[in-house]
Design a protein around this ligand. Structure first.
Ligand code: ADP
Ligand code: MG
Length: 495
């Protein structure tokens, strides 16, 4: 008999505690996963105020307090049992309208930590406290407390030291917690969320008022940044029974990775490779391959059209018709981008304009109201003293009262530029041409860059890249109409 066969022993059913610890291995991978499960429970319980506190990256303590529907002492005892849930009333796994449904989170957490649940349903006159330590529970007892539920998880993974070893630094774990909470907060703008880390408040989002879309944009701005808020295009599309809403950043607001791309399906944050692919397809004409736009998309559909029971952590979903989904996302994004035209993000243009202000001040933030409206260097007879130094002076010269003409750009017709100003025409007289997507061409630098003036900004175009783009657009149009003009080579070229 080999060593392996002997050590395998006889077959037996594992004790509950071990079963729960094994499940915990999948469901509760790190403190952030415990936070996710607990906060999802609070949302399922109808809470509109959820606060989370952690210590030591969640290892020493995770406390989640909500004002939701609460549990009676009997419900509390059931809740920590494996596969006990209040969320599948009809035993129908194809129709899941809550975030939870597996009945695994609380028993899993309870088997690897010291867990306490304090809860009081509305109208009940006492708060009851239940404690679970390494899978063993004590009978509930009354304590002081308010309506709703407070769950505390102490010494996570103390019962499974192997997992403890795989945790990263408290800082890394705490930022994972913040990320999980942020994702849930994005999907639920009507709920207030706060996170406290080592006694210090990391963030607090109050429940936004008003209609859903505006509320959502407010919340997204709080989380993804004001820059996103100011540069987001509304997305709104429907196909069959799917409805896609949300916000997509303009192409110039891009990042080096896809970390700022969020997808939610029926209020559930999900990771979906297809989304990344669909986003890439939609933005491919606007962005370099290694740049990624920022966006948050919310998909609503019949619970039956999507399978959420794919992964224990419920972070993935499967669509019954993945093709429809992809088409919907690509179509909606392309539509939003086409509507926005050439809109550039305010920060990019503000910083560029700030660098050229006559007073030499470098702009850092967003342009002031006046700066947004007035063309910076448009000629006005009452122009104050012209700047005499540096970049400002050079820029001024192109627009200046001396009437320095911009060289004509041979291929600019149809490129979005207005025809270049002619020398005899006083600069500034072609105000209406400033409205062209790429403005009025004013100068050419190093035989490579075209500098153009728009109504409220400056556009610098790499003319070779622009030319390539024009050729590409022409070929795309020809493809759409039939075929691209082509000609066979007399001698084949090997590529
Ligand atoms: P699931 O969420 O999949 O049902 P859990 O183990 O996360 O499984 O929770 C078990 C049950 O405990 C839930 O179905 C719910 O009835 C109850 N519960 C858990 N957390 C809360 C809470 N914060 N407020 C009210 N009830 C809760
Ligand atoms: Mg749950």
């Amino acid at each position: 008999m080999s060593e392996i066969e002997r050590s395998a022993g006889t077959i037996r059913k594992l004790p509950d505690r071990l079963v729960n610890q094994i499940a915990a291995g999948e469901v509760i991978e790190r403190p952030a996963s415990a936070v996710k499960e607990l906060v999802e429970n609070s949302l399922d319980a109808g809470a509109d105020r959820i606060s989370v506190a952690i210590r030591d990256g969640g290892r020493a303590l995770i406390a989640v307090t909500d004002n939701g529907g609460g549990m009676t002492p009997e419900e509390m005892q059931l809740a920590v049992e494996r596969h006990a849930t209040s969320k599948l009333p009809d035993d129908d796994l194809t129709f899941i309208s809550t975030l939870g449904f597996r009945g695994e989170a609380l028993p899993s957490i309870g088997s690897v930590s010291r867990l306490s649940i304090e809860s009081r349903p509305p109208g009940a006159d006492t708060t009851q406290r239940l404690e679970v330590e390494g899978g063993k529970l004590n009978a509930p007892r009354p304590v002081a407390g308010s309506e709703g539920t407070r769950i505390e998880v102490r010494d996570l993974f103390y019962a499974t030291p192997a997992r403890l070893k795989f945790l990263r630094s408290p800082r890394a774990e705490s930022s994972a917690v913040a990320e999980v909470l942020n994702r849930l907060a994005m999907a639920h703008p009507g709920v207030s969320f706060s996170l406290e880390d080592e006694g210090r408040q990391k963030f607090s989002y109050s429940a936004a008022q008003g209609e859903l879309l505006g509320r959502r944009l407010d919340r997204l701005g709080q989380i993804m940044g004001r820059e996103f808020r100011d540069n987001a295009l509304a997305v709104n599309a429907e196909r069959e029974d799917f409805r896609l809403t949300g916000y997509a950043g303009v192409p110039t607001l891009n990042r080096g990775n896809a970390a700022m791309q969020f997808l939610f399906v029926n209020g559930r944050p999900v990771r979906d490779k297809q989304l990344v692919g669909a986003v890439r397809a939609a933005y491919q004409d606007f962005l370099a391959r290694d740049r990624h736009p920022m966006l948050a998309l919310f998909l609503e559909c019949e619970p039956r059209a999507v399978d959420v029971n794919v992964h224990p952590a419920k972070a993935e979903v499967r669509f019954r018709e993945p093709g429809t989904m992809r088409g919907l996302i690509v179509g909606a994004l392309k539509h939003a981008l086409a509507e926005a035209g050439h809109k550039a993000s305010t920060t990019v243009s503000a910083a560029a304009l700030g660098a050229m202000r006559p007073d030499g001040q470098y702009g850092t933030g967003l342009p002031s109201g006046a700066a947004r409206q007035a063309p910076l260097y448009a000629y006005r007879p009452d122009m104050p003293q012209r700047p005499s130094t540096g970049l400002s002076a050079a820029a001024y010269a192109f627009q200046g009262p001396d009437g320095v003409a911009a060289p004509a750009y041979p291929d600019s017709s149809g490129a979005g530029f207005a025809p270049a100003a002619r020398a005899e025409q006083p600069p500034g007289a072609d105000e209406e041409t400033l409205g062209f997507p790429l403005g009025a061409a004013r100068a050419q630098l190093h035989a490579t860059y075209v500098v153009a003036q728009t109504e409220d900004g400056i556009v610098i175009v790499d003319q070779h890249a622009a030319h390539e783009r024009l050729v590409l657009e022409r070929m795309k149009r020809q493809m759409a109409e039939g075929s691209v003009a082509r000609q066979g080579l007399l001698l084949p070229e090997i590529v």
